[in-house]
Design a protein around this ligand. Structure first.
Ligand code: AP5
Length: 212
């Protein structure tokens, strides 16, 4: 498999870009955050466990996350192209991926962006319950019950972990884990970086260049 991992702070745009790059159906996109939120919505065992951590802005245990991602990758053919968005979050998760030659990471792309922009993006984010598209209140004033611009689905909501208190905690945890991940992938020799404080289309172009 050719596995690209997207590294970066909450709100740095990993999900936005991964969804766009997977639109052609040729790339498999796995967002561990989306997988966990789907499990919460389904009321499964892992969902019940995940909710406690997500609502507090804390990371789930490594063994739970490693099992989740291994299960997702298992059925894919060896020729698959994969983007992992939100995994790995710790060095233990990164090592678990590289342990098997099949899931060894080809490149880790770090989304670089100043922290003040992240706080604004996250606290202003509203998400469509049906299709998962996200919007910012500045560009689409939020009204409860307002339908999604993309799918006209149900309504837009604020993620429980996008409140200002939880955002602060998520960013603090990101900082404690990220240094180790950057050192890990620099040592392995496959770390790349992009400026994520640009327009969505420009970032996408940089990613396509980096991933080709
Ligand atoms: P997860 O869902 O992965 O959250 P995150 O990493 O905090 O990522 P976000 O979805 O907040 O940000 P993003 O970088 O994808 O940005 P987005 O594109 O949405 O994880 C949630 C929780 O699950 C974790 O806290 C943890 O509890 C648990 N978890 C998940 N994975 C785990 C793991 N591996 N181990 C342990 N626990 C785990 O963009 C953000 C906003 O900005 C959007 O509104 C978007 O429209 C806007 N935007 C995007 N790009 C731009 C741009 N270029 N210009 C202007 N606005 C932009």
């Amino acid at each position: 498999m050719r596995i690209t991992v997207f590294l970066g702070a909450p709100g740095s745009g990993k999900g936005t870009q991964a969804k766009r790059l997977a639109e052609d159906g040729l790339v498999h996109h796995f967002s561990t955050g989306d997988m966990l939120r789907a499990a919460i919505a389904a009321g499964s065992d892992i969902g019940l466990k995940a909710k406690v951590y997500i609502d507090k802005g804390e990371l789930l245990p490594d063994d739970v996350m490693i099992e989740l991602i291994n299960k997702a990758l298992k059925p894919l053919p060896d020729s698959s192209k994969v983007i992992l968005d939100g995994f790995p979050r710790t060095v233990a998760q990164a090592e678990a991926l590289d342990k098997s030659p099949r899931s060894r990471v080809s490149e880790a792309i770090m989304f670089e962006i100043p922290e003040d922009i992240l706080v604004k993006r996250l606290t202003g984010r509203r998400v469509c319950k049906k299709c998962g598209s996200s919007f910012h209140v500045e560009f689409m004033p939020f009204e409860p019950g307002k339908s999604c611009q993309d799918c006209k689905g149900e309504f837009l909501y604020q993620r429980t972990d996008d409140s200002i208190d939880v955002v602060g905690k998520r960013l603090a945890i990101f900082k404690t884990q990220n240094e180790g991940l950057l050192s890990y992938y620099s040592r392995v020799g496959n770390l790349k970086k992009i400026d994520a404080n640009k327009q969505v289309d420009l970032i996408q172009k940089s990613l396509v260049d980096l991933m080709s």
